[in-house]
Ligand binder design. Structure first.
Ligand SMILES: Nc1ncnc2c1ncn2[C@@H]1O[C@H](COP(=O)(O)OP(=O)(O)O)[C@@H](O)[C@H]1O
Ligand SMILES: [Mg+2]
Length: 328
C-alpha cells in the first residue's frame, strides 16, 4: 500500500529540464529556473511573507502576491489540522507529514504541489482514508474522519468523496455508461433514476458519444473524462484528483483541465488536485506548496488570468526545484 499513487514522470521540481512525456506549458513559457524568477521569490522571502509550516495552518501562509479574495463564507469542506504521518520505527523513521494544516472551502479548486518526496501522496492518501494519520485531525463536511470506524469510512468514501486517478481506473469489462452508473448503484441510487443522471453528466463532460464504448476503445482523454463523470455523478462533497493529467498528452491534458475548471466553476465541485505540473496547477484557484511534509507556501489566483498565475507558480517551483536536493 506504500505507493498507491505513483509518479512515473519526473517532477517539474527536478533540476533537469521537463520530461518530454510531461504535459508542457502550452503558452511557451520556459520551465527552467531563471534569475528574474528567483529574484521575485527572494523578494517574497525578504518581505517575510511566506510561511514555514506555520502551526496555525494555511491562513498564516499568505504569499506576497496573493490577491485579495472575497471570503468564501461558511465552514470549510475540508480541514486538515496538524496532521503528522510517520513511517517506520526506531531505526528508520520518516516524517512524511510533519504537521500539515490547511482548509479547503466549498467551491474551491485547490492544487497541491511539492518536490518528490514532500508528502503529497501521503497527504492525499490520508484525506482519502486509504491511509491513517499518526496524529492530527482531518475534518470533512464537519465530521472528523480520523476517528471513524472501518464501516463509517467505507460509507464516507462512497457518499462524500469522488476520485480521479492518474490512470482512469475504469473497469475494463464495463462500458463508459456502466462505469459511471456503477458509482450511483453502489451509493444506493434507485435504478430508474440512474440513466438520466449518467447521460446528463456525460453530456456536460463531452463524453456522451463514448458511453457505449469499453475503456480499450477510448482515448486516454475520453477515459479520464468518463472517470471525472464517475467522480461527479454522485455529487460528492470533495473530489480528490491525483495527477489527473499525468498520463495525457498536452492536448488531452488541456481538455481535461478545462473540464475540471468547468466542474468547479459551473457545477460547484470542490476539488483538491495533487500535481507536479505548473500548467495543471494554473487552472486552480489556489496552490499549496508542500515541502518536507508541511505547507511551505500558498498562492491564490484571485482574478488573475491563468497565464499570470502560471508565471507565479513557476517562480515558486523554480525556487523549490533549485534547492530540492532530495529526490526520492
Ligand atoms: N509506506 C512508506 N514507508 C516508508 N516511507 C514512506 C512510505 N510512503 C512514503 N514514504 C516516505 O514519505 C515521504 C513522503 O512520500 P510521498 O508522500 O510519497 O511524497 P510525494 O508524493 O510528495 O512524492 C518520502 O520520504 C517517502 O519515501
Ligand atoms: Mg507521490
Amino acid at each position: 500500500m506504500a505507493e498507491v499513487y505513483t509518479e512515473p514522470v519526473p517532477s517539474a521540481f527536478g533540476a533537469e529540464p521537463a520530461d518530454p512525456g510531461t504535459p508542457l506549458p502550452l503558452d511557451g513559457r520556459g520551465a527552467g529556473p531563471d534569475g528574474a524568477a528567483l529574484d521575485g521569490i527572494a523578494a517574497t522571502f525578504a518581505r517575510g511573507n511566506y510561511g514555514t509550516a506555520a502551526p496555525q495552518g494555511a491562513s498564516g501562509v499568505r504569499a506576497a502576491h496573493a490577491a485579495p479574495r472575497p471570503a468564501s463564507g461558511g465552514s470549510p469542506i475540508l480541514s486538515v489540522r496538524s496532521v503528522e504521518k510517520v513511517f517506520g520505527s526506531r531505526d528508520s523513521v520518516t516524517h512524511a507529514l510533519a504537521g500539515v494544516s490547511f482548509d479547503v472551502a466549498g467551491g474551491e479548486f485547490v492544487g497541491i504541489m511539492g518536490p518528490s518526496g514532500s508528502g503529497k501522496t501521503t497527504l492525499l492518501n490520508c484525506v482519502s482514508t486509504i491511509d491513517t494519520v499518526t496524529s492530527g485531525h482531518i475534518i470533512v463536511g464537519g465530521r472528523d474522519i480520523t476517528g471513524m470506524s472501518r464501516r463509517q469510512l467505507a460509507k464516507f468514501r462512497r457518499d462524500d468523496l469522488g476520485f480521479i486517478f492518474q490512470d482512469s481506473n475504469l473497469l475494463d469489462t464495463l462500458t463508459g455508461f456502466e462505469n459511471i452508473a456503477l458509482a450511483l448503484t453502489i451509493k444506493g441510487e434507485p435504478a430508474r433514476s440512474i440513466p438520466a443522471k449518467v447521460n446528463a453528466m456525460a453530456a456536460r463532460l463531452g463524453v456522451d458519444g463514448v458511453l457505449q464504448k469499453y475503456p480499450y476503445q477510448m482515448s486516454g482523454g475520453q477515459k479520464q473524462r468518463i472517470a471525472a463523470a464517475r467522480a461527479m455523478v454522485t455529487d460528492p462533497k470533495l473530489i480528490l484528483a491525483d495527477e489527473p493529467t499525468g498520463a495525457l498528452d498536452s492536448r488531452a491534458a488541456t481538455v481535461m483541465l478545462e473540464i475540471m475548471e468547468m466542474m468547479n466553476r459551473q457545477m460547484g465541485a470542490t476539488i483538491m488536485m495533487v500535481t507536479h505540473d505548473a500548467f495543471a496547477a494554473s487552472y486552480t484557484n489556489r496552490v499549496l506548496f508542500i515541502k518536507d511534509g508541511a505547507v511551505f507556501n500558498e498562492l491564490r489566483r484571485g482574478d488573475e488570468a491563468r497565464d499570470a498565475f502560471f508565471a507565479r507558480i513557476m517562480e515558486v517551483v523554480s525556487f523549490l526545484g533549485g534547492e530540492a536536493g532530495h529526490v526520492s
